[in-house]
Ligand binder design. Structure first.
Ligand code: ADP
Length: 475
């Protein structure tokens, strides 16, 4: 039903062994992918290295045209791609369609942005010299992507890489490989030359090890856990690869007494419960000013109680399954720990339909304190813990008290307060009265242990370029 072979040098290839892919809503095996290894990983680099010679020489205009063809084919195949996402990842079909739209927006954005890779001339201090600055593609890029956005995490890396003139080897998550392979099939149909995009599926470590050691791979771009990000950062040292890392988050969500409460509740629903809470910018710690905490909690709990949990293909489902059993257990452990430390459950709190799939009720808890597991460790599930604060200074301090620095949210209608808080937060992305800040035109990335570099926006293409300075002597 889905493309189920690896795509290397324009060929669709198998491996000796296969890996099963599971539908998290039914626990059924939906297909298998090749368990590629060192051999295929090296073949992919050979192909990307060889393709780089021609691809990097094409004009930005030529590359843009091919990217836009890919864009059109993805648009035409939205329904099919969305079905693949819902089947292998679980999110509701409507969200899967939104993901395709979002994923594709990176392709159209970078197809244009690739034409605006400007250089510079700098006035020299010597009359006999001229200083010229050019930008060039870095070379072969290795991309490693997670399962929570099986399409968007791929296009966010591949589109700027290709637009800049780089070629790529990619390993998608073994849990959601079919979306990646379908995207590759459409890239092939669009006429993107062989070797420019290569996809190797299989166990991460042997594949990534080959890419880490190969000095022809000049950059590694990764989205996933901070734990794996640190391993990759260490591994990149031996060949001094450039790095883009988009790692974990633990987003604070601050609601002050000056907030529009309805708007803030909607913001939490958008930020916390999209993809069943499995995004790295999900609200994880909700800090509400004491005076409005009761009203806010009640309204949030009422809304959350109406969210429908189920198979993403069912009509009206808001929350699909979590990706696997371990994800359910983690949320349960956080809820259990919070209960023992005095939190009160307002709604939800249980796993459901466990015999069918990995379902977890959307949950809101009150009286959360900073010593609770859910308040210092990323949840990646539909649990919204509410804590209260007395002063804005206290909220900022607690929000910043985290090794993570990806997204933060602030809800207030008071402009001075908004400026004060947003400037004090140590986070790369701030949703000010906005629960869904991701967009292709905006720089996405984090402070501290949430990562290195930015994706999307004009900054996102810079991460795929080297700066070359030519000192022109005229004597
Ligand atoms: P998550 O917790 O979101 O699954 P991971 O960081 O475990 O995030 O996985 C993200 C991506 O990193 C996946 O493609 C996965 O296969 C890959 N990965 C996992 N472990 C390693 C590793 N040790 N080296 C390289 N890649 C890895």
């Amino acid at each position: 039903m889905y493309p189920n072979r690896m795509y290397v040098n324009g060929q669709w290839i198998d491996a000796k062994e296969t890996i099963d892919v599971i539908n998290p809503a039914t626990k059924e095996i939906i297909g298998t992918i090749p368990n590629g290894g060192k051999k295929e990983a090296k073949m992919a680099v050979d192909a990307a290295y060889s393709a780089f010679k021609e691809w990097s020489k094409k004009t930005a205009e030529e590359r843009s045209k091919l990217l836009l063809k890919w864009y059109s084919l993805i648009e035409e195949h939205t329904d099919e791609l969305a079905e693949i996402i819902t089947t292998e990842q679980g999110k509701p079909l409507s969200e899967a369609k939104e993901e395709i739209f979002y994923a594709n927006s990176y392709i159209s954005w970078f197809a244009e942005e690739g034409k605006r890779i400007y250089g510079e001339t700098i006035p020299a201090s010597s009359p006999n010299k001229r200083i010229i600055v050019k930008k060039q593609p870095i070379g072969v890029i290795a991309a490693i992507t997670p399962w929570n956005f099986p399409a968007a995490m791929i296009t966010r890396k591949i589109a700027p890489a290709l637009a800049a003139g780089c070629t790529t080897v990619l390993k998608p998550s073994e849990q959601t490989p079919f979306t990646a392979l379908k995207l590759a099939e459409l890239a092939e149909q669009a006429g993107i030359p062989k070797g420019v995009i290569n996809i190797v599926t299989g166990d991460a470590e042997p594949i990534v090890d080959v890419w880490q050691k190969d000095e022809r791979v000049r950059k590694l771009t990764f989205t996933g856990s901070t734990r794996v990000g640190k391993i990759l950062m260490r591994g990149a040292a031996d060949t001094v690869k450039k790095l883009s890392l988009e790692l974990g988050g633990h987003a604070p969500f601050i609601v002050t007494a000056n907030a529009d409460i309805e708007k803030a509740v909607e913001g939490v629903i958008a930020s916390k419960f999209r993809n069943a809470g499995q995004t790295c910018i999900c609200a994880n710690r909700i800090f509400v000013e004491e005076g409005i905490a009761e009203e806010f909690s009640k309204k949030l709990a009422e809304k959350v109680a109406k969210l429908k949990v189920g198979n993403g293909f069912e009509e009206g489902v808001d929350i699909g399954p979590l990706i696997n059993e371990a994800a359910v257990r983690k949320v349960q452990a956080q809820i259990e720990d919070a209960k023992q430390k005095g939190a009160k459950i307002l709604v939800g709190g249980n796993s459901i339909k466990e015999e069918e799939g990995f379902f977890m009720e959307p949950t809101v808890i009150m009286n959360a304190t900073d010593d609770m597991y859910c308040m210092y460790e990323e949840t990646f599930g539909p649990l919204a813990p509410i804590a209260t604060f007395k002063t804005v200074e206290e909220a900022i301090e607690r929000a910043n008290n985290s090794p993570y620095g990806l997204a933060a949210y602030v809800f207030t209608e008071n402009m001075k307060e908004a400026v004060y808080i947003t400037e004090a937060l140590e986070y790369g992305i701030i949703g000010l009265n906005d629960g869904s800040p991701s967009a292709a035109q905006a720089p996405f990335g984090g402070f501290k242990e949430s990562g290195v570099g930015r994706e999307g926006s004009r900054y996102g293409i810079e991460d795929y370029l080297e700066i070359k300075y030519i000192s022109l002597g005229l004597k």
